[in-house]
Design a protein around this ligand. Structure first.
Ligand code: ATP
Length: 980
């Protein structure tokens, strides 16, 4: 590799473009003082990245390097320098045979670097030339007056030359980088440590608070799930009884009103008034009877006296007696006859009434019998129905107990107690309300007979059992393996807007939460809609991505294929379980109705007995009355006959009677018998009224007995009513309380709660769980819900920082080992190179000085990485003394010896020396030139010189002048290779 071309424009005195083309030999640049030769060295250093303005001989900013103008030329605003290298030997690690680097600076301080025309960073350029022997501070670029600096520098500053010769700068740079990174790592470690310590104080208390809050939330969630479902269940339970009680209350109220209306208060009262009237009438009649009897007795006395007197006055007292007796007998018979007629009338009246009563009671009894018959028939029918239901219940229960229509393999597994971890078939682990049965059936399809098991090992055991016993095949859902499926949120949001969408199938069924993953796996991504039209529309909307089923059992499969038609009525355990529930409820209802019928029948029995007894009594009474009517009729006929005989007899004696009985006597006899007749009829009246009185008393007694009966029934019903009303009002309070809990604790209406929460536990278990969970919540006490998020935040940060700290510690270890590695390499390389240079140095020195001694010494041999390098030089004939005492020329020659010694050890592509030999005498310049000549096959030399002797060794000579005041020019080029 060699430097092919230097091109500068606007740089320092190079106002015009300057292009120096070089070859790989020795090139000299000559020219008068101040013509701008050293600016070429500056240009090379600058383009290699020199940042120090001072070392570029400026004293302001980097814009000092831009042409600042002259008398005839204005200042420029931009300076640029380009170096072009021949890299055909690939010396530089870049795949180009020619490499150009360029630097440009503007007055605005913009600074740019280019590599082969592409913009790049300074770092890219520095890295490219690292340890290549080309660098702004390399020992092979020596500016004017700086050669002696090699000697005057401190041993430590000098060390750099050896480092560069040893090619350890790249290691040094890597080490520096590693140290910088290590420093940053330490800083980061400190910062991370501080934050971790701070977080550690927060993370534990927050963890506790968060755990407590999470426990609280979990309990709350469980409580909500169980309590809401339980409340809904309790409300339904109470409501059923509540409705029944209400109905019963209405029934009882109606019955009570009916009985109260039936209660013959007024009838009893009317009868009692009538009784009173009869008694008054009777007592008056008894009074009358007394008066009438007294009058009759008086009349009898008067009649006797009159008869005695008439007998006394009569001629024939015997005849008189007979006649008088006949007359009296006639009157007596007439009286008796009229009495008998009255009695007969009364009895006939009784008879008519009795017949009427018997008739009424008979039809009343018939009515009761009819009612009883109807109720008995109804009861019989209901009992028959209940027997049928019981039979059906028994059949379904047996069927379900024996595994229903499950395949034999599945039944065998379920019935094998040795297989642990087998739950049931999926169809048996789900309950669903009737309306969604078809949708569920088709959603599950054949998988409803798949067995849910604990894990894959359980399934394996069961499969082995089937294989060993040749029992067929079965499919398993291991809880530990099956993952839930669902519908993405976007689709679900879209579905909620769609008419006809009902829900996701998994949301319409109830199951034990333990089986959630399996249920969601089967039903979590199945959409239930009302009918096939909605299904088609929705399927299109969601691009057929999910299975859709309708309430009628049609299916639109993923992708759009449709299954439909009628579902053959194949039994399934899901429908069987539903039917069983319905049958049990119907049986309970029938049992209630039969009990009611029984109650009605037993009250009809009492009514029947009552009416029947009355009828028997009425019939007896009728019989007796009819007998009396009969005997009275006979008596009346006999009386009539006797009366007629007496009348005939009297008529024959008529004229005798007229003449035999005085008017007074006749009058008194008539009066007496009139009175007797009155007495008898009064007696008859008394008898009739007494009977009526007795009848009324019986009626009153009956009415009062019925009333007593009614009152007992009424009291029983009123007591039942009261009890029911208390129960209903208690239920009202309970219902209110439940609805309030739903509203206040869960912000739910009953309908919403019923739609979204299903009882998954047995009633008692649910009640106990609610009590336990409430106890838990009370025990947990006050919680800070924000702690959950806060803890997550702090924990994530804590874990992140801990991880980062570990990474940093790891990085630190890596960096330390890199540093160690670099140190080892640098030590070795440095020492090897140092020893080689040292060896060469003595020889070169002796050659250049024609004698004398020189050597190199490490100031700190025990610390190779930092040691300085001492130069010990003793020109011929002079004692070893400090180099500061050497002459200027000696110093230069010693420094040049060192440079050549280095060049012996390390080949560098090119050297740029600015008047390094200025202080040498002619002979030494010649020696210097010879050395250059010796190296020129390996190294390209670019020399700025005033020495003619040096120029003689040059293959190419350039002159730089400053013809136009202030602007450098490359004025002549001489190729003189042959003449050299
Ligand atoms: P010598 O032989 O005396 O060492 P030289 O040929 O090496 O001289 P340089 O030191 O390279 O000369 O050039 C110095 C010249 O460059 C000066 O005349 C100085 O005015 C000029 N110069 C330096 N910087 C600028 C600048 N930014 N703009 C214009 N001219 C500049």
């Amino acid at each position: 590799m060699y430097l092919k071309e230097i091109e500068a424009s606007g740089f320092k005195s190079f106002a015009d473009k300057l292009k120096i083309t070089l070859d790989d030999n020795i090139t000299c640049i000559v020219g008068p003082n101040g013509s701008g030769k050293s600016n070429v060295v500056d240009a090379v250093r600058w383009v290699l990245g020199e940042q120090s303005v001072k070392s570029l001989r400026g004293d302001g900013g980097m814009t000092d390097v831009i042409f600042s103008g002259s008398k005839s030329r204005n200042a420029l605003n931009v300076a640029s320098v380009t170096l072009t290298f021949d890299n055909s030997d690939n010396y530089l690690n870049i795949p180009y045979s020619e490499v150009s680097i360029k630097r440009r600076v503007y007055r605005t301080l913009e600074n740019e670097y280019f590599l082969n025309g592409e913009k790049c960073r300074l770092k890219d350029i520095t890295n490219l030339f690292l340890d290549s022997g080309i660098g702004k501070e390399s020992f092979n670029i020596i500016s004017q007056g700086e050669v002696q600096k090699i000697l005057s520098n401190s041993p430590y500053d000098r060390r750099v030359i050896f480092e560069e010769a040893a090619g350890v700068l790249k290691y040094k740079k890597r080490k520096e980088e590693a140290i910088r990174k290590l420093d940053r790592t330490h800083d980061n470690l400190d910062r991370a440590g501080d934050i971790i310590a701070e977080l550690e104080t927060q993370v534990e208390p927050l963890k506790e608070q968060s755990a407590k809050a999470l426990e609280y939330l979990e309990n709350k969630h469980n409580l909500e799930k169980i309590e809401v479902a339980l409340i809904v269940y309790e409300i339904d339970l109470i409501n059923e009884t509540y409705q029944n009680n209400k109905q019963r209350i209405e029934e009882l109220n109606n019955k009570i009103i009916l009985i109260k209306n039936q209660t013959s208060d007024t009838k009893v009262d009317t009868s009692k008034i009538e009784l009173l009237k009869l008694e008054t009438e009777l007592s008056k009649l008894n009074q009358d009877l007394l008066t009438i009897t007294k009058e009759a007795e008086r009349l009898n006395g008067e009649k006797n006296i009159q008869q005695e007197r008439s007998k006394y006055d009569s001629n024939d007292s015997k005849v008189h007696d007979n006649i008088a007796s006949l007359a009296e007998q006639k009157l007596k018979i007439e009286n008796e006859y009229s009495l008998l007629e009255q009695e007969l009338n009364i009895e006939q009246d009784y008879e008519t009434k009795s017949i009427e009563l018997v008739k009424n009671l008979t039809s009343e009894l018939q009515l009761v019998i009819n009612k009883k018959d109807n109720l008995s028939k109804e009861e019989l029918e209901k009992e028959r129905n209940i027997n049928l239901l019981e039979h059906k219940i028994q059949v379904i229960t047996n069927y379900l107990d024996n595994g229903g229509n499950l395949p034999n393999s599945v039944k065998a597994i379920l019935n094998n107690p040795k297989l642990i971890g087998i739950y049931d078939v999926i169809g048996n682990l789900i309950t669903v309300s009737e309306e969604y049965t078809k949708a569920l059936e088709v959603s599950l399809g054949g998988s409803k007979q798949f067995l849910v098991v604990e894990n894959e090992y359980t399934a394996k055991d069961a499969i082995n059992y089937l294989k060993n016993n040749n029992l067929g095949r079965a499919t398993f859902f291991p809880l530990s393996v099956i993952k839930p499926k669902g519908i993405d949120i976007e689709t679900e949001t879209l579905l909620k807007e769609e008419a006809g969408y009902i829900n996701i199938c998994a949301n319409l069924v109830t199951y034990d939460n333990k089986f959630r993953n399996i249920i969601l796996n089967q039903l979590g991504n199945v959409i239930v809609v009302n009918n096939i039209d909605s299904a088609n529309r929705i399927s299109k909307k969601i691009n057929g991505r999910y299975k859709i089923v309708t309430l009628e059992g049609e299916i639109i499969h993923v992708g759009g294929s449709i299954t439909g038609g009628c579902i053959t009525s194949q039994r399934s355990m899901i429908t069987d379980k539903l039917e069983l529930g319905t049958l049990i409820r119907s049986k309970e209802e029938l049992t209630r109705v039969i009990k009611e019928l029984n109650d009605q029948l037993s009250s009809l029995d009492s009514e029947y007995n009552l009416v029947f007894n009355k009828l028997v009594r009425a019939k007896e009474q009728l019989f007796l009355t009819q007998e009396t009517v009969k005997s009275k009729g006979i008596n009346l006929t006999a009386a009539k006959e006797s009366l007629n005989n007496t009348i005939v007899e009297l008529n024959s004696l008529g004229h005798v009677i007229d003449s035999s009985l005085s008017k007074e006597e006749e009058a008194i006899i008539n009066k007496y018998y009139e009175q007797t007749k009155l007495k008898e009829s009064t007696l008859l009246k008394i008898k009739k009224l007494s009977k009526e009185k007795d009848d009324i008393k019986v009626i009153i007694e009956e009415l009062e007995a019925k009333e007593r009966l009614n009152n007992t029934e009424l009291r029983r019903m009123e007591a039942e009513l009261k009890e029911l009303e208390i129960a209903v009002s208690r239920m009202d309070v309970k219902l209110d309380m439940y609805l309030n809990t739903l509203n206040e604790d869960y912000e739910l209406t009953y309908e919403k709660a019923k739609g979204n929460y299903e009882m998954e536990l047995e009633l008692d278990e649910a009640r106990n769980k609610v009590i336990t969970i409430k106890g838990n919540i009370k025990r947990i006490g006050m919680v800070n819900l924000a702690a959950i998020q806060e803890y997550e935040k702090v924990r994530t940060r804590y874990e992140f920082l801990t991880l980062q700290r570990n990474d940093l510690l790891h990085a630190k270890e890596t960096l330390l080992s890199i540093i160690e590695e670099m140190d080892a390499v640098m030590k070795e390389e440095f020492m090897t190179t140092f020893e080689l240079i040292q060896k060469e140095f003595g020889g070169v020195f002796e050659q250049l000085f024609h004698g004398g001694h020189a050597s190199l010494k490490l100031t700190e041999p025990s610390n190779i990485l930092e040691t300085g390098v001492e130069i010990i030089a003793s020109p011929p004939g002079k004692k070893l003394t400090t180099i500061s005492l050497l002459s200027g020329g000696e110093k230069t020659l010693t420094a040049i010896s060192l440079l050549f010694a280095i060049l012996n050890v390390r080949t560098v592509p090119f050297c740029l020396f600015d008047e390094v030999e200025a202080a040498l005498d002619e002979a030494n310049v010649d020696n210097f030139g010879k050395y250059l000549d010796h190296y020129k096959s390996k190294t390209q030399f670019l020399l700025i010189t005033h020495k003619k002797k040096t120029m003689e060794y040059a293959n190419t000579l350039y002159g730089i002048t400053m013809q136009e005041s202030g602007v450098s020019k490359l004025v002549s080029v001489r190729f003189d290779q042959e003449n050299k």
